[in-house]
Design a protein around this ligand. Structure first.
Ligand code: DON
Length: 307
């Protein structure tokens, strides 16, 4: 067994009976039904070797992790013009906060807080029908993961659509500043559905490979984005990927990473590996509690911190 496989197995065994697992998200009712004991970890190295343990093949709701892929798509369409509608600074606020939008004329701080991701989704939507935009996002996910079984969990999307009043407020408020161009319900419909994409840790670690390998999928050597773009997306993940917990994540783990309220975290070891971890319980910032602990241990044992 390689050192990486040993470490991955060790960590999953350590997490199995950990008492402090955080709280499963309940503001999206459908997410509250997930088993808090679930835990999965997958690492794919530069040669394509997979180290997987725990619930590595159980699909879960990727939620905000989808924002990395919508950002990639939107940058592909608009290039640097995208930054006219969304900033690149950490917010220091909760992921669903509205407070800064008034002071900052409806321009969200970064593409990973909810407001910023809704603005990015609106850019992708352009003048298209919601289904076209959603199809484009889903196909992109399937392409980068090399897996066309990845699907949207319609129950999760409907559950958020019924209860997502905070996001509805954010979108309407941005619309009042002209930052959202399309019909608000179209933009939100696409946003709720891309957040409801279900993927396993194995699929997510596959999908993250282009970010770990300078914009290329090393198995197919197909360029997904330029090396410069991959570097910049990683920089945003490092500084904003865990919202008001981003400083703590950089301090403890030392890798670019993006969390979701489904309990997943996707992390990147530039040039070396892509990682996906899943544990549904969240900390106070809405980031997976054990996911962060597992990544802290993995990064330390493999000496993977970028610092
Ligand atoms: O908009 C929301 O609130 C969810 N669809 C996504 C939020 C999320 O995943 C925050 N991440 N930890």
């Amino acid at each position: 067994m390689s050192k990486l496989e040993t470490v991955v197995n060790e960590i999953v065994a350590e997490m199995r009976d950990m008492p402090q697992r955080g709280e499963v998200a309940s503001y999206i009712p459908e997410l509250a039904r997930v088993d808090p004991k679930a835990f999965g970890l997958v690492v794919i190295d530069a040669e394509g070797k997979v180290a997987a343990a725990g619930d590595a093949d159980t699909p879960f709701s990727i939620q905000s992790i989808s924002k990395v892929f919508t950002l990639t798509l939107a940058l592909g369409k608009f290039g640097d013009r995208l930054w006219q509608r969304v900033g690149r600074e950490p917010s220091g606020s909760r992921f669903n906060s509205i407070v800064q939008l008034e002071y900052e004329k409806g321009i969200p701080r970064n593409p990973f807080i909810n407001a910023g991701a809704i603005a990015v989704t609106d850019a992708i939507l352009g003048g298209h029908q919601p289904r076209e935009a959603l199809g484009e996002i889903l196909r992109f996910m399937q392409y980068v993961a090399a897996d066309d079984t990845i699907y949207i969990d319609d129950k999760v999307a409907a559950s958020e659509q019924r209860t997502g009043f905070g996001n509805i407020a954010l979108a309407n408020y941005m619309k009042s500043f002209g930052v959202i161009e399309g019909p608000v319900d179209y933009t939100l419909g696409v946003y709720f559905h891309h957040c409801a994409i279900a993927m396993s840790c194995r699929q997510l670690a596959m999908a993250a490979r282009y970010l770990a390998h300078f914009g290329n999928d090393p198995t197919t050597v197909l360029p997904v984005v330029t090396p410069e773009r991959a570097r910049r997306i990683n920089a945003l993940m490092l500084t904003c990927g865990h919202y008001d917990g981003s400083g703590e994540f950089a301090y403890r783990v030392g890798l670019p990473g993006k969390s979701g309220v489904g309990g997943g975290i996707m992390a990147i070891v530039p040039g070396k590996a892509s990682i996906a971890v899943w544990s549904p319980g969240l900390d106070a910032s809405g980031n997976s509690q054990l996911g962060q602990l597992a990544l802290e241990r993995l990064s330390k044992r493999m000496e993977w911190s970028i610092f």
